[in-house]
Design a protein around this ligand. Structure first.
Ligand SMILES: *[C@@H]1O[C@H](CO)[C@@H](O)[C@H](O)[C@H]1NC(C)=O
Length: 383
């Protein structure tokens, strides 16, 4: 009965919030003849030898009505592009590993427009890829005269353009930028650059479909990094970096053995469960939270916000109060923020807000992967 209600709730959510031609999650066909269970593989490479050189071209080549698992294999490289998968289901995106295979873009502005990689489609798997949202991604283009003086910077959108801007910089900033030459420079991390203080949301990945899974992936940004928007999601051994609300949304998600890097003062999560029967909430199990700055584990993004950290390690980056209601001050009793069996310098719960919940050993069973998001066993069937 409860499962039926949850499924109905899920159905209802997809019916009402998908403003695009929305499809139901299908059962993707599995190729039993193939060790990786897929029907074909599309190789993407920037240095030749692949069918395509961009991720977008590979996605475009898959038929709209695709109903069988297809793999896009990304050769190592930094792919600077903004990608959106609206309806195509049953796609596996596989990199070599998250340190060498990076998809990045710089479109910081509002959350909607800034998304580097946007997946509305159901049945999506990513492995070994870093998704990155860059704020002010500059390339050190040309040294105009000897420092300390002017550098010509170029906003980098796939190709170098000359419409860069001139800026006066300090010695230290110039030397740091030189070290970062050719890389995605997130100016949030360049505090001595006086012009870069403005913080804007920049989403590295939006997960907006049901049955999406991520293995050994990286999500890097500063504010709103991972928009875990809606649907059931499974994150295994992933790396998530940011400072402000950097894991947020209304998804029903398990974060298993993930590494969370706090890069400034802020909030790790902003969960947005909105009704008591909505299948929504973030569960962190066996994760490591470290970094610099002081963060809250979460602030409530809607009245029934639900976040639990269990069996995890917290470095010295968690504020003693732990949690915040944000704009949901009337919903202390409905918000579920809890910690279970966590260790480390940040895990002392004696000064936590009095309304945070405690969970019993039997209570945490409801937050196992199986019980929470995988009653139908979709995860083990994934290619
Ligand atoms: C955390 O992020 C900072 C800034 O990007 C980086 O310098 C540091 O190495 C990261 N720490 C871990 C554990 O990955």
């Amino acid at each position: 009965m409860k499962l039926l209600l949850q499924m109905l709730a899920l159905f209802f959510i997809f019916q009402t919030t998908c403003f695009v031609a929305c499809k139901e999650p299908i059962e993707c066909k599995i190729n039993d003849q193939d060790p990786s269970k897929v029907f074909y593989t599309i190789v993407v490479s920037q240095s030749g030898g692949g069918k395509f050189s961009t991720v977008k071209q590979a996605i475009d080549s898959i038929p709209l009505e695709n109903d069988k698992w297809v793999k896009i294999a990304l050769r190592p490289g930094t792919y600077t592009e903004q990608v959106k998968i609206m309806e195509k289901q049953c796609i596996v995106l596989e990199g070599q590993d998250r340190s060498t295979t990076i998809i990045q873009f710089d479109a910081h502005s509002d959350t909607e427009k800034s998304v580097t990689f946007d997946v509305f489609a159901h049945n999506f798997v990513a492995r070994g890829i870093t998704f990155k949202a860059c704020l002010f991604m500059y390339c050190v283009f040309e040294l105009i005269s000897a420092p300390p003086s002017l550098f010509l910077f170029s906003k980098f959108h796939g190709t170098l353009s000359h419409d860069g801007l001139y800026r006066e910089m300090s010695h230290t900033l110039i030397s740091r930028l030189l070290n970062l030459k050719g890389k995605c420079v997130n100016t949030y991390n360049l505090p001595d650059d006086a012009t870069s203080k403005k913080i804007a949301p920049a989403v590295a990945f939006r997960s907006y479909g049901d049955k999406q899974a991520f293995f050994n992936c990286g999500f890097e940004g500063y504010q709103d990094t991972l928009w875990d928007c809606l649907g059931r999601h499974y994150y295994d051994s992933c790396y998530i970096e940011g400072a402000i609300d950097f894991i947020w949304g209304k998804g029903a998600s398990i974060f298993q053995k993930c590494s969370i890097n706090v890069t400034g003062d802020g909030y790790i999560t902003a969960q947005g469960k909105s009704t008591s029967d909505q299948l929504s909430g973030f569960v962190f199990n066996r994760c490591i939270v470290s970094g610099q700055g002081q963060a809250l584990l979460g602030r409530a993004y809607d009245a029934f916000a639900s976040v639990i950290f269990m069996n995890s390690y917290f470095g010295d980056v968690i504020k003693p109060e732990g949690w915040d209601l944000w704009k949901q001050t009337g919903y202390k009793q409905d918000v579920t923020f809890a910690e279970y069996n966590c260790k480390g310098p940040g895990a002392d719960t004696s000064k936590r807000v009095p309304w945070s919940k405690t969970v019993s050993a039997s209570g945490v069973r409801a937050y196992s992967t199986k019980a929470f998001i995988d009653k139908d066993g979709w995860i083990e069937k994934l290619p």
